[in-house]
Design a protein around this ligand. Structure first.
Ligand code: CU
Length: 158
């Protein structure tokens, strides 16, 4: 199914192939970008999407910036002796050729630090993802939910 779609895209103008829910940039497909509504009293929100590299060249998400937050970090979640902790990835996130990398609750994610105003359900948060090969890609994150339950998703910063 995927292969059929790719072949179809190669055979036509790539811009006509961008499905509603996704975004095609060169060899990258960015699917379902969404952000979590900022929990009450929190100064961070998580951002999620799936990055698929349909090309033959490894790529890497190097950094993210957004006018909606003071800073956007790329985080991973690790099991640290039974405690799930997250930490920034200093070298960004590799997106190997042919791979699909999911940024999702409990795993890799983007961390919007100090949103200019809290993200609320229904908002759209625009961020620029900077890839090593694909360059700058502007992505619109749909904000979902009113608030995360306390302790869910491992997104509490102190
Ligand atoms: Cu985080």
């Amino acid at each position: 199914m995927l292969r059929t779609f790719v072949l179809f895209c190669l055979a036509s103008l790539a811009i006509a192939c961008t499905p509603l829910a996704g975004q095609a940039v060169g060899e990258l497909r960015l699917d379902d970008p969404w952000a979590r509504a900022t929990p009450p009293g929190s100064s961070v929100s998580g951002g999620f999407l799936t990055v698929r590299n349909l090309g033959g060249q490894d790529d890497r998400l190097l950094s993210v910036r957004s006018s909606a937050a003071r800073e956007v970090q790329i985080h991973e979640v690790r099991d640290d002796g039974g405690m799930m902790r997250m930490r920034p990835l200093p070298d960004g996130l590799a997106v190997p050729a042919g791979a699909s990398v999911a940024l999702q609750p409990g795993g890799y994610h983007l961390m919007f630090i100090d949103p200019k105003r809290p993200f609320a359900g229904g908002d759209v948060v625009v961020a620029t993802l900077v890839f090593e090969k694909a360059g700058d890609v502007e992505v619109s994150f749909q904000v979902r939910g009113e608030a995360a339950r306390p302790g869910s998703g491992g997104h509490a910063h102190h």
